[in-house]
Design a protein around this ligand. Structure first.
Ligand code: SF4
Length: 438
C-alpha cells in the first residue's frame, strides 16, 4: 500500500526529523508546522526517529505494488527534515545502508543543501547508485546556485522541485537535470503561484527534454490530481543514455533515436526484401559528420521463443545507405556497438542478431560480438493471435543465417527489467534519452 499523499511518491521516510530554515521556500515550511504544532517538538533540534524498519517492509512488497502502478515504487526521503543537514551526520551512513538494501524501490532524496552532498555520499557511490535520485528545491531565482551544486554530483537521476513556485523561473538552466516537479504552496497563508509560471516551466522542460510533473496549484487544500491547462502532467524523468559522439572507432558518427516508422521507412528504402517491424524495443540511426543519416537499426524481442528469456534483445534490422564496402562495414560496426550499449543501459544481459551465411561478420566482430551457431533452431515466438513473429518479420528463412551475440553488462537495476520499454527514446542535440517508466 502507498503511504504518501504526495502524488510524485508512494512512501515517505524520515530517518530523523527537524531542520532549520535556509531560504524563501522554507518560509511556510509544512514540516515545521507539523513537528512544532502536531508533535509538540522543537523543530530546530534534529532527532532520530523510530521508523527505520519501515523501508524493509515496503521493499518486500515493492514488486507487487510496482506491477499495479506500472512503474517502480518510489520513496521520498525525507519530508520532515533535510537528508544532508549536518546535525544528522552520525546517522547518515546507517541510513545509506537501509537505502542500499532496499534496492527494489527508487529513492528520491530532496535537499535544500546540495552543497553538503559531496562529502556525505557513501564510499562506493561512483557514478551514483542506480536506484537513487538526487533532487534540490528551486522555487525562486536566488536558489539557482543549488542547481549548479547538484549538477556537479554524479547521479543516475537529478531532479528539481520547483515548489513552492514563488516567481517566474523563465531563465532556469536545466542542463544536467532529468526531471522537474512544479507546484504552488498549500496551507494557511499560502503564497499564490501564477499558472503562467508553471506553464513556462512545462515549456522549458519540453524543449530541454526534461520530464515534467505538475503537482498542484497554490491553495489552502489543493487537490491530489491537479491539472494544468486541462491536462495532467505526471511525466517520468528523462535520462541520457548515450553521448552524441560515441567513443567508438567511428568518431565521426552520432547515434540518433528514430521512431519505428522512420526506421521502417529506411529499411524499406535500403533493403527492400524486409517486412516492416510492428513492435520494437528501440530503433536508432547513425548520422555522419555531415548530419546525413547513413544507417538504421531496429531491436526487438528475440523472434525465437527459446531465446526470448526477457534478458535478451535482438537486432532484427540493420541497414546502411552506403554502397562503399569499407564505409558500410564501419557504419554497421558503429550501429551494433550503439545497440549493445543502449541494451545494456536498459538492463538486458545479452544482445543477438542473425546475418546471412555467406557474410563474413567483420562488423560484428569489430563491435565485440561472437558467432554462436548457424541456423536459428527452436520454435518461433508467436503473436497474441498465434501468428509466427519470424514469418511476419522476415522473408528470408533464418535457417540460412548465422547467429551472433554479445554478452552485456546490464547497467540498469535488475528489478527494473520487466517494465523497461524504450518506445520513448528521444533525442536532443546532446544525446539519446530514455524515458524511465520505473
Ligand atoms: S529545508 Fe525543508 S524541512 Fe528544512 S526548513 Fe526548509 S523546507 Fe523545512
Amino acid at each position: 500500500m502507498e503511504n504518501s499523499k504526495i502524488n510524485w511518491t508512494d512512501h515517505t521516510w524520515n530517518p530523523w526529523i527537524g531542520c532549520r530554515h535556509v531560504s524563501a521556500e522554507c518560509d511556510h515550511c509544512y514540516a515545521d508546522t507539523m513537528v512544532t504544532n502536531r508533535m509538540g517538538r522543537d523543530f530546530s533540534v534534529v532527532q532520530r526517529t523510530k521508523t527505520w524498519k519501515e523501508p524493509f517492509k515496503w521493499n518486500r512488497t515493492a514488486p507487487q505494488l510496482a506491477a499495479q502502478l506500472g512503474r517502480r515504487v518510489r520513496v521520498f526521503c525525507a519530508s520532515l527534515t533535510d537528508f544532508f543537514i549536518q546535525d544528522a551526520d552520525e546517522w547518515r551512513d546507517e541510513a545509506w545502508e537501509v537505502i542500499r538494501q532496499c534496492s527494489d524501490m527508487d529513492w528520491l532524496i530532496l535537499t535544500k543543501r546540495p552543497q553538503l552532498i559531496s562529502r556525505r555520499l557513501p564510499a562506493d557511490w561512483g557514478e551514483g547508485w542506480p536506484h537513487v535520485w538526487l533532487g534540490t528545491t528551486c522555487g525562486v531565482r536566488s536558489s539557482y546556485s543549488r542547481l549548479d551544486a547538484l549538477r556537479s554530483i554524479p547521479a543516475r537521476v537529478r531532479f528539481i522541485s520547483a515548489e513552492p513556485l514563488l516567481e517566474s523561473l523563465a531563465d532556469i538552466d536545466l542542463t544536467g537535470f532529468h526531471w522537474l516537479i512544479a507546484g504552488g504552496e498549500s496551507g494557511s497563508g499560502f503564497r499564490a503561484m501564477k499558472e503562467e509560471w508553471a506553464v513556462e516551466l512545462r515549456d522549458i522542460c519540453k524543449k530541454a527534454w526534461v520530464g515534467y510533473h505538475f503537482k498542484q496549484h497554490s491553495a489552502f487544500r489543493p487537490g491530489h490530481d491537479a491539472q494544468l491547462c486541462g491536462r495532467r502532467y505526471h511525466e517520468p524523468p528523462l535520462v541520457q543514455i548515450a553521448q552524441p559522439a560515441e567513443k567508438a572507432r567511428c568518431g565521426q558518427m552520432k547515434t540518433v533515436p528514430l521512431h519505428l516508422r522512420q526506421a521502417n521507412e529506411l529499411v524499406a528504402k535500403w533493403h527492400r526484401h524486409h517486412k516492416p517491424i510492428k513492435v520494437a524495443k528501440f530503433s536508432i540511426g547513425a548520422i555522419d559528420e555531415n548530419g546525413e543519416l547513413v544507417g538504421a537499426a531496429i531491436c526487438m524481442r528475440p523472434a525465437t521463443q527459446a531465446l526470448d528469456d526477457g534478458k535478451t534483445v535482438e537486432v532484427c534490422r540493420l541497414v546502411t545507405k552506403d554502397e562503399d564496402r569499407v564505409r558500410n562495414s564501419s557504419v554497421c560496426s558503429f550501429l551494433y556497438g550503439a545497440c549493445a550499449r543502449i541494451a545494456s543501459e536498459m538492463g538486458y544481459e545479452r544482445i543477438q542478431t542473425y546475418i546471412l551465411d555467406e557474410e563474413p561478420g567483420m562488423s560484428l566482430r569489430g563491435a565485440g560480438w561472437k558467432q554462436e551457431k548457424t541456423g536459428c533452431g527452436g520454435t518461433p515466438r508467436r503473436t497474441r493471435r498465434g501468428k509466427d513473429v519470424r514469418h511476419l518479420a522476415d522473408t528470408i528463412s533464418l535457417e540460412t543465417k548465422q547467429r551472433w551475440a554479445k554478452i552485456l553488462d546490464p547497467k540498469a537495476v535488475k528489478a527494473r527489467k520487466p517494465g523497461w520499454d524504450a518506445a520513448d527514446i528521444v533525442q536532443d542535440g546532446h544525446g539519446i534519452y530514455l524515458r524511465l517508466r520505473y
